[in-house]
Design a protein around this ligand. Structure first.
Ligand code: IPE
Ligand code: IPE
Ligand code: MG
Length: 252
């Protein structure tokens, strides 16, 4: 089992190299984490909320500009009503407990998705924390809630069409819920599944993908650092040849 000194060594190594500006995580495996322990699924979600806290602080310490977490998909609305209800409750609890911590660490809370679909008490809490943390300059924590990538693209196309101008890349970008965030550099999925599940379809165009078998409730600072270290060892070519990339002076 890796110890704490091991993690600080890894942190120093990762900090010494260019960091991804924007990391997104598909937080999967809460149910399987609980099931493996003979616990109800909601116990996995509760532990998953602790992991959100932990990983947010780790990302902030590391110096990421933006962390985006897939917390609830558009398709997750079709889960059993009691599970949806429990997730919404945990969300309100998280927002209530974390407001001070976010403020204290200059973290700005942001949310993307069809937020109008959230229960009023969730939407209100979300708005309150968003307003309270709006001045946070160190990192933007974006929660994807009631989020779907296809739904976001439809929304962006509608915004672009309504603007009356031509529908080009810039017009689409302007209509995305992620407008204003840095380009996505690294997309992580936990718990062994290797699919996108309707997350950040547009934004993932040139993101590096990283998959780990670790269930989300067990994901921690060390896991985040391992993902970033893996990212740092890759060459992003954006369609160019390796020679062109080398001539340009290495990776971005
Ligand atoms: C991720 O864990 C949390 C949400 C999707 C809300 P899951 O609940 O999908 O856990 P598994 O995939 O069933 O293990
Ligand atoms: C993706 O996980 C959504 C979130 C992590 C919020 P799911 O567990 O819902 O995805 P699928 O159903 O395995 O594709
Ligand atoms: Mg899942």
């Amino acid at each position: 089992v890796p110890g704490a000194s091991d993690t600080s060594e890894l942190l120093a190594r990762v900090r010494a190299r260019p960091l991804p500006r924007h990391v997104a995580i598909i937080m999967d495996g809460n149910g399987r984490w609980a099931q493996a322990r003979g616990l109800p699924r909601v116990a996995g979600h509760r532990e998953g909320a602790s992991a959100v806290r932990r990983v947010t602080q780790a990302a902030r310490r590391l110096g990421l500009q933006a962390l985006t977490l897939y917390a609830f998909s558009m398709q997750n609305w079709s889960r059993p009503a009691d599970e949806v209800e429990a997730l919404m409750l945990l969300l309100v609890e998280f927002l209530e407990k974390e407001q001070q911590e976010l403020l204290g660490n200059a973290i700005r809370l942001n949310a993307i998705g069809d937020l109008a679909r959230l229960p009023p008490r969730v939407g209100e809490r979300l708005e309150a924390v968003r307003r309270a943390t709006a001045g946070g300059q160190a990192m933007t924590l974006t929660l994807a809630l009631s989020y779907g990538g296809r739904e976001e693209l439809v929304h962006a196309a509608q915004v672009a069409a309504a603007s009356g101008g031509s529908i080009d890349e810039a017009a689409m970008e302007a209509g995305l819920w992620t407008r204003g965030l840095p380009d996505l550099d690294l997309l992580v999925r936990t718990s062994g599944e290797r699919r996108i599940s309707n997350f950040l379809l547009w934004q993932a165009a040139y993101a590096e993908l990283y998959f780990t078998d670790t269930h989300w409730p067990a994901f921690d600072e060390r896991e985040l650092l391992l993902a970033v270290a893996d990212f740092q060892a890759r060459e992003r070519r954006f369609g160019l040849t390796a020679e062109q990339v080398a001539a340009r002076g290495g990776r971005e």
